[in-house]
Every structure is written in C-alpha cells, then in structure tokens.
Design a protein. Structure first.
Length: 224
DNA sequence: ATGCAGATCCGCT
DNA sequence: GCGGATCTGCATC
C-alpha cells in the first residue's frame, strides 16, 4: 500500500447511484476475518442497479420486500443476495431509495493467500490448476467467495461503522479517460431498453476485470 | 476466443 | 412451482 488509507465516511458515500459507482472505482474494500487478519482489494469494476424504472433491478417498480430492504437503507449499507442456488453478490446502497452498486471485480492487494484458500474451500471439485491472482476476484460471486462474504455474515451492514467490512481511500485515483462505461452483464431477461443502458464501469487495461467490452474500448481509442 | 449445459436452492408469485 | 445481477468445464471454431 502506497500511503496511509483513509476510511470512507457517510459523507463520501452520500451519492446518487451512477456517481457512487464511478467514485468507488479505485477505492479499497477491506474485510476483517474471524482470525483478525485483513483482506484488501481495489474496486476495478461495478454496476448500477437503479430503483423504480430499472427492470433489471431487484427493486424494479418500487418493489420492496424483506429481501431487498438494504437497497432502501442509507447510502453505504451492504446488500448481499443469494443467487443461482450457490452464489452470492455484494452491493452497496446509494442515495436514491431502491438503488445500489454491484461490485463486480476487485484487484487483490492484501491477503491473496487467504483469498485463495477461501475460494478453494468453496470449490465442489478440487482445482485442476492453482488459482491465479487475477482469477481470485474477477466476478461478483468470486469476490464474495474470496472475501468470505455471505448473506449470513455481511448483509445489511453499515460500511462506515462496521469492524468487519469497510471502504478505504489510499490516494489512488483512476483517471477519467481510463473508465470504460458500458452495458451491464447477465441481465438478458430484463427487457431491451434496460439491457442496453450504460450502467457498468470498469478500469481500462486492468487485468482483474471480469469481462471486457472490446467494442466500447475500440470506440474510446478512436475518439482520442 | 466464444458458446452452451449443468449445478443448485432461496424468495417471491 | 419457477427463475435467477454466476461459475466451471467441455465443445467447437
């Protein structure tokens, strides 16, 4: 780590969804495990899920249930949900009621060995090849496995107060020209209008991103 | 590099 | 009942 990291506060996270998603790129997610050790990863990819109109969002049409309640809580509250019978995804609520940012990929910067163990422990069958660092957290459910984030232990947490999960700024900045803005992933059934919205953000050239959008990257390089 | 099937189960209709 | 903000392995180009 380059310099002393500052913990993010309520004021830092008091942002509407899209601005929060962009703001979070380059920030650090920190996780304290039961044994006291701390894992850290830099956020390199995230996605917005808006409330109300957004057909891909769990809060579509203002739908509020016991499950998605954290999306309606103050900005900086965690929303973890269980998906596909075996995975979790990790979100951070933003300013608008019902809106949240899904973390899709992290660049591991501390505790890689522990992350590897946590990932391996979740595998059904033994790994054929050892996990490479870039494969530890390059997907929304992978980062949950590597950080031991489950609905059970990390849902509905205030990231500005928690002792087990928080955000940091270590001074690292992602340049605006290095932010790729493109379509979200995995929401094919949500209706074309919303599938196409540019609500995913990632750091250009970072090898820890889950899925690149080469068409968008090409357009960016052409308009230099 | 891209694509598809299968695993697997909670929460909502 | 049913579908899903995913991942892995295997097939094919």
């Amino acid at each position: 780590m380059s310099q002393a990291a500052r913990r993010l506060t309520k004021a830092d996270l008091h942002l509407p969804c899209k601005r929060q998603a962009v703001y979070l790129l380059g920030k650090i997610l920190a996780r304290r495990l039961d044994d006291g050790s701390v894992l850290r990863g830099r956020i390199v990819e995230d996605e917005c899920y808006l409330g109300g109109e957004d057909k891909a969002s769990h809060s579509y049409n203002g739908r509020q249930t016991a499950g998605n309640e954290p999306m309606y809580m103050p900005a900086g509250t965690t929303y973890v949900y269980f998906i596909y019978g075996m995975y979790c995804c990790f979100n951070i609520s933003s300013l608008e009621p019902g809106a949240a940012v899904l973390l899709r990929a992290l660049e591991p910067i501390q505790g890689q060995e522990q992350m590897g163990k946590l990932r391996a422990a979740k595998q059904k069958s033994p790994l054929k090849s050892p996990l490479k660092e870039k494969d530890l957290c390059n997907g929304p459910s992978k980062l949950c496995m590597s950080f031991n984030i489950t609905k059970n232990n990390c849902n509905k947490i205030d990231l500005t107060e928690s002792e087990v999960l928080w955000l940091e700024d270590d001074g690292f900045e992602v340049e605006k020209k290095d932010i790729v803005t493109c379509k979200r992933v995995g929401i094919g059934s949500a209706g074309e209008e919303w599938v196409g919205k540019p609500l995913r953000f990632y750091v250009l050239g970072n090898p820890h991103v889950s899925k690149r959008d080469k068409k968008t990257e090409k357009k960016m390089s052409e308009s230099d």
